[in-house]
Design a protein around this ligand. Structure first.
Ligand code: ATP
Ligand code: MG
Length: 234
């Protein structure tokens, strides 16, 4: 699904301007990083894509959905198309890996037989088949994030959003998670990752959108602009 921000300004109730005049588009199947210092507006931008926050001015369009006119029912439909993962995984600790991934499928009323098949397949694709009956707290951080990614992918979303998905992980595990996200993107899902980890982001040679104080810095369309071993094309 195409994502478009048109002259989006957003301030929270307290008055903090979180995003200021953001115009950008993310193509279907694109991989993009959102970087910038703490408080720059990265999480806010992601929340606007799954319409958990709305512009104060301007418009966000995701596929056929428009922030200016979307209904509650339509938001529920949109969220089937947008998977989300977070820094702190947000798994239910009293449920096994398998049971965590079942949740979104059951929520949309899938038949039990098809649920089992899909959960096994998506856990396999994140490399966690062997540990599918473990409880989250018995798994490493990287494994917990894989379950969270599997859960986000269960409904085959068009877009996967990840907010600091490697913030709680060591550098080696972080790299494996980035590789998994790249893999998912190769399968056709758009992926948008908010991260402080500019080094990893640039190493992957993907588009980097930089925010500072809620504004886009640069034109936000270059892939790995200042990577040392990237040829300069401009
Ligand atoms: N729920 C909220 N209520 C009020 N202000 C908020 C809220 N969430 C964020 N903000 C403010 O909006 C601005 C942007 O916050 P946001 O969380 O989007 O930044 P961020 O780039 O994700 O930061 P970080 O790297 O620390 O996660 C900040 O000034 C922040 O204090
Ligand atoms: Mg954030």
């Amino acid at each position: 699904m195409l994502v478009e921000f048109e002259k989006v300004k957003m301030h929270y109730k307290e008055g903090t301007v979180a995003l200021d005049d953001i115009t950008l588009s993310l193509a279907k199947g694109e991989f993009a990083f959102i970087t910038g210092p703490s408080g720059a507006g990265k999480s806010t931008l992601l929340r606007m894509i799954y319409m958990d926050e709305f512009p104060s001015e301007g418009e966000v369009r995701v596929g056929t959905h428009k922030s200016s006119s979307i209904s509650r029912k339509e938001i529920a439909m949109l969220r089937r198309e947008v998977g989300v993962v977070f820094q702190e995984f947000k798994l239910l600790k009293e449920l096994t890996a398998f049971e965590n991934v079942v949740l979104p499928l059951r929520a949309v009323g899938r038949r039990e037989s098809s649920i089992r098949k899909r959960v096994n397949s998506v856990l396999y694709s994140v490399g966690l088949s062997a540990k599918r009956h473990q409880f989250p707290l018995k798994l490493s951080g990287g494994e917990q994030q894989r379950i969270a990614i599997a859960r986000a992918m269960a409904l085959r979303p068009s877009i996967l959003l990840a907010d600091e998905p490697t913030g709680n992980l060591d550098p080696v595990t972080a790299e494996q998670i980035f590789d998994l996200l790249v893999d998912i993107n190769r399968g056709g899902t758009s992926v948008v990752v908010a991260t402080h980890d500019i080094r990893h982001a640039e190493a992957l040679g993907k588009r980097v959108i930089r925010l500072e104080h809620g504004k886009l810095v640069g034109h936000g369309t270059e892939a790995a602009g200042d990577g040392e071993d990237e040829p300069c094309t401009t």
